[in-house]
Design a protein around this ligand. Structure first.
Ligand SMILES: Nc1ncnc2c1ncn2[C@@H]1O[C@H](COP(=O)(O)OP(=O)(O)O)[C@@H](O)[C@H]1O
Ligand SMILES: [Mg+2]
Length: 333
């Protein structure tokens, strides 16, 4: 089913080309999808039912949760759709919304039902389904959790076209920022795991103390059955200044490469010092929306230059040394 080359190590290497940092989450996700598709292979061979392990991604906004899932689906070559839990909670017709999501999955699979049934469904903002947070005239977050639970456990969903899609083998990935969870965890871990001897590995203890427990998620407002369906938890970390700067230049489709291409098509070389990327990262940190802030800041720097270049064909090179000094233009001749 999966290409023979696709093993967890291979998946992580591929992810590294697009997603900066989040090493722990990459490993957890790589193993989760690998074992998911191995389980399906086995279930087909031995005609047994699979015990599916869906995944919960917890981490601040703009740290790469959606990006990682998209990149994963690309390497696996399986259809992938994203849905937003907030909009599920705002409609009175949850089941129709769910049908529409499944229809999109089928469309992504080019209408091939069998392929669609092996896809990945990413449901973002799952933390907004907290019990008791519902709005008037809409279904409560809790009832949306029940509706999602049904498809996560495996059911036949009728599509608008009249076909049925079986959700039993779909991999569900839920994501959310879970603001406030850290405090709940701190409360539930007053005693924590304490080092019994100097020989204990502090790294392992820190990791244990940093684990999200199902009880923390109940306390947050997810129903027990729902958390029970999300046994694998990957945490995404706040991106450091250094990581934000790397995101501008390292990924294969990074902003710097994208704009370099545009300049190149105008016959202009774009040269930006690393100091500029650090300055952009510093501003991005202040915006507190993770890497999502980078594009706007970068475009603000580049737009005035892109404005003059087409009208001045003699320009061959643009050098930017700092966000706070004028760029230098080198002209032909
Ligand atoms: N770890 C990362 N590595 C590379 N780019 C990132 C990373 N995190 C975020 N980005 C950039 O920011 C954008 C928004 O990130 P996204 O994955 O949607 O965040 P989240 O889903 O965690 O809120 C992405 O499209 C990508 O350009
Ligand atoms: Mg997202």
């Amino acid at each position: 089913m999966l290409d023979k080359r696709i093993k967890p190590g291979f998946i992580v290497k591929y992810l590294d080309q697009y997603v900066i940092g989040q090493d722990e989450a990459k490993k957890i996700m790589a193993v989760a999808v690998y074992s998911h598709y191995r389980k399906i292979e086995r279930s087909r061979r031995d005609a047994v039912e699979i015990a599916k392990s869906n995944v919960l991604l917890i981490g601040p906004s703009g740290t790469g949760k959606t990006l990682l899932c998209e990149t994963l689906s690309r390497i696996l070559g399986v259809p992938f759709v994203t849905a937003d839990a907030t909009s599920l909670a705002q409609t009175r017709y949850v089941n129709e919304e769910i049908e529409a999501i499944m229809q999109r999955l089928l469309d992504k699979a080019g209408g091939n039902l069998e392929r669609a049934q092996l896809g990945i469904v990413f449901i973002d903002e799952i933390d907004k389904l907290k019990a008791g947070a519902g709005e008037p005239r809409s279904v409560s977050g809790e009832s949306v959790q029940h509706a999602l639970l049904k498809i996560m456990e495996g059911s036949q969903v009728k599509l608008p076209g009249g076909q049925y899609i079986d959700t039993a083998q779909l991999l569900f990935i839920c994501g959310g920022a879970f603001v406030g969870l850290q405090e709940i965890m701190a409360g539930s871990q007053t005693y924590g795991y304490i080092s019994a001897s100097a020989a204990d590995n502090q790294g392992i203890l820190d990791r244990l103390n940093d684990r999200v427990k199902p009880t923390d998620l109940f306390q947050f407002g997810l129903i027990p059955e729902f958390t029970g369906r999300l046994p694998i938890i990957a945490r995404f970390r706040e991106l450091s200044r250094d990581m934000l700067a790397r995101i501008l230049v390292e990924p294969r489709n990074c902003l710097y490469n994208q704009f370099s291409e545009i300049f190149k098509s105008e016959g202009v070389e774009l040269s930006i010092t690393s100091k500029v990327f650090e300055q952009i990262a510093d501003i991005a940190i202040e915006y507190q929306i993770g890497a999502r802030a980078l594009r706007g800041i970068f475009e603000e720097l580049i737009t005035p230059i892109l404005f003059v270049i087409p009208d001045d064909p003699a320009i061959r090179k643009v050098e930017i040394d700092s966000l706070f000094t004028e760029p230098r233009f080198t002209r032909q001749g």
